[in-house]
Design a protein around this ligand. Structure first.
Ligand SMILES: [Fe+2]
Length: 264
């Protein structure tokens, strides 16, 4: 068998602590695990809400090949102009037709190609087109170029993520979840060869409520009033998964969860 293709998927980068973790750890992890393609979900990288062109560029420079996103992609308005020109920063493919940007990309991995597809769920999230039918459409098109396809499925409901995993089993190499900011311990290979994890977890501040300063989050719960959220400070960690894929078939060989503390 040919040397496996290794894809590193990094979960939602949150605020300055998340960016610090990526800057410190992504180059090292690439080397340590001989990563061919790194996919980083970036939608919370700017103070927890959205991403700026400057942050996107810095993340590419430290080793990301493709950036994915979700419901927060438009929080920083300057990203609209950037995403039109930068096809490796994805927004969910099932956003309405005519939305700026694209929802999938194909990148080189040595002699092979890896496609990355970004989808967003519809349960407890803003309305979008059907992610399942959009997946059918996109996968049919992408498979003409490569059988190595990694899907970032940005969902709130665990059931929607699991349904997508089973729906795409055997048609893509991996379905990884993002958005919840808490890593799930359910990584596995599905029967037809798709690697699956409900959520990669967050890359950001450890002492937080899904990235936010705990006192601010508690304040909102107690008062039921709008409290302006800020990213928590302190130690950070990178969460994600390493997926090894057989380049001859596109089937996943393994999936391994990562939880790596960032240096202080
Ligand atoms: Fe999200």
């Amino acid at each position: 068998m040919a040397r496996p293709v290794t894809v590193l998927c990094v979960g939602d980068v949150f605020g300055e602590p998340g960016r610090r973790a990526v800057q410190a750890l992504l180059p090292k992890l690439r080397k340590q695990h001989e990563v061919d393609v790194a996919v980083v979900n970036i939608e919370n990288a700017a103070g927890g809400f959205g991403v700026t062109p400057q942050i996107a560029r810095a993340t590419f420079e430290c080793g990301a090949d493709v950036l994915t996103s979700g419901n927060h992609i438009w929080d920083k308005k300057e990203i609209v102009e950037y995403i039109v020109k930068e096809n490796l920063l994805l927004r969910p493919a099932n956003f309405p037709p005519g939305t700026p940007g694209v929802g999938s990309a194909v990148v080189k991995a040595g002699p092979h190609k890896v496609a990355v597809l970004n989808l967003m769920g519809r349960v407890f999230l803003p309305a979008t087109d059907c992610p399942f039918r959009k997946a059918d459409e996109e996968i049919e098109r992408l498979r003409q170029e490569t059988a190595l396809i990694v899907v970032d499925c940005h969902c709130e409901a665990t059931s929607e993520s699991q349904a997508m995993g089973w729906y795409l089993d055997g048609r893509v190499s991996a379905v990884v979840g993002t958005h919840r900011h808490v890593q799930t311990a359910d990584e596995r290979l599905l029967p037809q060869g798709t690697a699956y994890i409900t959520d990669l977890g967050m890359t950001g501040p450890v002492d937080s409520v899904i990235g936010v300063d705990p006192q601010l989050a508690i304040g909102r719960f107690l008062s039921q009033m709008h409290v302006r959220f800020e990213a928590a400070k302190g130690p950070a960690a990178l969460h994600g998964a390493l997926i090894r894929i057989d380049p001859d078939t596109g089937r996943a060989l393994s999936i391994e969860r990562l939880s790596v503390p960032a240096p202080a």
